[in-house]
Design a protein around this ligand. Structure first.
Ligand SMILES: [Zn+2]
Length: 389
């Protein structure tokens, strides 16, 4: 006689055994529902996403082909199509609602009939969905190939003489492009940055237009200014945010940096390089001056150890020096030391968890990329010829 038939006969005679069997089946079903039911889907989605981050980080070329060049442009187009209809930041609204919802989940069991188990499970589900969406909508770009490989720019060897030569060229270009940006409107600058991105899309390996970019002011601009945050990218709705407190001379460079993030560039150093290349190779003097002014600050802080540092500073024209000081004073006046330090720490941890080993030091990596570009004559010719197409 088969085991199952035997059990059935025994349990018919024995009610205790029947109850035990019933409980066993129930436990099995509960286990199955918990693990494979609809409620477990977000957790599975997060686990699959985590598996993909491990896979993509091991194979940057795969990330580049499958995600950055194929899937991401589709997500960017759809998200920016949704967010372009409203002038305020959907990302900021989303963060606010998410914070209220998550805090409520941790408080409600204290005052209502909501059980702790249910509340924590909802918390876990929400966190899992956000984690997965972040990567699918943008974050996998963290694992794409590096800029040198992607744009075929040869890496330059560390060389002080080359650094001085490139720095001197940058100083000369900054002096030559000096102008006031106060008479230009923000929409005009957006148009100029867009047209320069379009012009250099082929060199920068961008599937232009890849959606629409409508820059939005940071909702709490003055608070973020206390933390020295000039802009940020909102990945959940594909939004480029720019701080309302920016001086006009900073605006185009920051805007082009945030647009680079929308084009799928996650690294801060690379976004700085995209901004520099797009603005400094623009037909507009205003864009050239804004990006040169921003980049010169990175070169100044990376060259302090040079014995001829004072001579280099001496080559910068007085009106440009005045503008550098004006920008520094502007941000120093708005800065709150504690908030700035805390925000810097958060950003540092954020970047490091996304495998950017240098953390906030990553922003300074632009000096290396500008050096690489300025010492690679083939890459420079390609920028020139791609802009003629
Ligand atoms: Zn950035």
């Amino acid at each position: 006689m088969k085991n199952r038939q035997k059990n059935r006969l025994l349990s018919a005679k024995n009610p205790d055994l029947r109850l035990r069997n019933f409980l066993k089946v129930m436990a099995k079903n509960t286990f199955r529902t918990t693990l494979f039911g609809r409620a477990a889907l977000p957790v599975w989605l997060a686990l699959i996403t985590f598996g993909l981050t491990e896979l993509f980080s091991s194979y940057p070329q795969l990330t580049e082909t499958v995600y950055s060049q194929t899937l991401y442009p589709l997500f960017a187009s759809v998200l920016s199509f949704i967010s372009k209809w409203v002038s305020f930041s959907l990302d900021d609204v989303f963060y606010a609602l998410l914070t209220v919802f998550l805090i409520s989940l941790l408080i409600l069991p204290l005052f209502t009939k909501l059980k702790w188990g249910k509340s924590l499970f909802l918390f876990l589900q929400t966190a899992a969905i956000c984690y997965a969406l972040f990567y699918w909508f943008w974050g996998f770009n963290y694992y794409r190939s590096g800029i040198n490989e992607r744009l075929s720019i040869a890496k330059s060897k560390p060389d002080t003489l080359q650094l001085v030569r490139v720095f001197e060229k940058l100083i000369a270009e900054t002096n030559a492009s000096y102008c006031s940006l106060d008479s230009i409107s923000k929409p005009e600058m957006v148009g100029m940055v867009e047209s320069s991105y379009k012009q250099h899309a082929s060199f920068l390996k961008i599937n232009y237009p890849q959606g629409t970019r409508v820059p939005k002011p940071i909702t709490l601009s003055s608070f973020f200014a206390k933390a020295s945050i000039a802009g940020y990218y909102g990945p959940f709705f594909g939004e480029a945010h720019v701080n309302d407190s920016l001086l006009m001379m900073e605006y185009p460079a920051v805007l082009a940096h945030e647009f680079a993030h929308q084009f799928g560039v996650t690294s801060e150093a690379e976004a700085n390089f995209y901004s520099w290349l797009v603005c400094s190779h623009s037909n507009s003097k205003h864009l050239r001056y804004s990006s040169n002014l921003g980049t010169i600050n990175y070169f100044l802080s990376q060259s302090r150890h040079l014995h001829n540092f004072a001579d280099l500073v001496h080559q910068i024209d007085k009106p440009v020096i005045d503008d550098i000081r004006k920008v520094q004073k502007h941000w120093a006046d708005m800065r709150n030391e504690q908030i700035d330090k805390a925000a810097g720490k958060v950003n540092d941890v954020y970047l490091k968890t996304h495998k950017i080993e240098k953390g906030i030091e990553d922003y300074f990596g632009v000096v290396q990329f500008v050096m690489d570009f300025e010492t690679d004559s083939v890459a420079q010719k390609r920028v020139f010829s791609s802009s003629l197409q």
